[in-house]
Design a protein around this ligand. Structure first.
Ligand code: NAG
Ligand code: NAG
Ligand code: NAG
Length: 264
């Protein structure tokens, strides 16, 4: 009892001392550093959440001719809350931006895809026994039930990344982020801007390259709740294989990305 009291006092004391000296920084949306950037969030919008997405980007190939490229056909991802890990913003925050941005690579390469895969047991990058040399076709998710009934928080040793929602494209092909249950937020969007990921970005499990960084804004359908813009940044993997390699039909490529959620 006595030791608990002392510990509590110590904690209170250090908060009081450290508080005024270290103002908490406002997280800054990353930039690629390339020739152009996606436009900044509109004035008046505030950052509601930062999440790490882990899932697949879907593609379709109609021709397998040399040089034929896949067309994008949606995505599926689980979202994990990393807001409090942003350097300087909380007691549990990471030490620096390098460590924070490194989460994309860590999760892509160490964690199983949080999806119901259609090729069961085949293609989880986080399963060490499986060589990362599989084709796009190995990474597809179950069409009827792509998400497991319950998605667990991500445990990365000393770090806990709470599950906060899912990203998918609805039946009309609308990019959707559903954080309703955990955060009361929902975004139904349209893509407005994209730029290439920085040179040196993690090319991913299939070595196909990191998908573009994006700005998406509310699509005016009246579906969104508390969100009006989402930025996809610090991407790892997710680009399509050439159709000559993946073959005709649909394929899925594992990826991770940071998603920054803004609302009024
Ligand atoms: C960032 O923090 C990690 C510890 O989490 C440390 O190992 C690394 O050297 C730091 N990097 C920079 C660029 O400060
Ligand atoms: C992506 O493809 C998988 C099959 O690999 C399917 O289950 C899923 O519904 C597709 N998602 C989208 C958004 O197209
Ligand atoms: C996929 O998820 C659903 C819930 O969405 C679950 O009922 C089903 O058993 C899962 N299927 C597989 C193959 O894991």
């Amino acid at each position: 009892m006595l030791s608990k009291t002392i510990l509590l006092l110590a904690a209170v004391t250090s908060t009081v001392v450290a508080g005024p000296c270290r103002p908490r920084p406002t997280p800054t949306l990353p930039i690629t550093g390339g020739a152009s950037e996606v436009p900044a969030p509109d004035a008046g919008l505030v950052l509601k959440k930062i999440a790490l997405g882990h899932g697949i980007q879907n593609y379709t190939c109609t021709s397998t001719a040399t040089g034929a490229s896949a067309s994008a056909n949606g995505a599926l991802a689980a979202l994990y809350d990393i807001t409090s890990l942003y350097p300087g913003t909380s007691k549990t925050a990471l030490a620096n931006i390098t460590a924070f941005n490194g989460l994309s690579t860590t999760v892509l390469w160490s964690q199983d895809l949080p999806l119901n895969l259609s090729v069961t047991g085949a293609a989880n990058p986080g399963t060490p026994a499986v060589p990362n040399t599989l084709a796009e076709s190995s990474y597809g998710a179950d069409i009827a039930h792509p998400f497991p009934a319950a998605i667990a928080d991500l445990n990365l040793g000393s770090l806990n990344l709470p599950f906060v929602g899912v990203h998918y494209f609805d039946s009309a092909g609308t990019p959707t982020f559903d954080l309703t249950q955990k955060a009361g937020l929902l975004a139904s969007l349209k893509k407005t801007d994209n730029v290439k990921a920085p040179t040196g970005a993690d090319a991913g499990i299939l070595k196909t390259g990191a998908v573009d960084w994006l700005r998406l804004v509310d699509n005016g359908k009246g579906v969104s709740k508390g969100l009006s813009a989402v930025f996809r940044v610090v991407t790892a993997g997710g680009s399509a294989e050439p159709c000559s390699l993946s073959g005709a039909g649909s394929g899925s490529v594992p990826y991770t990305a940071q998603y920054w959620f803004y609302g009024a």
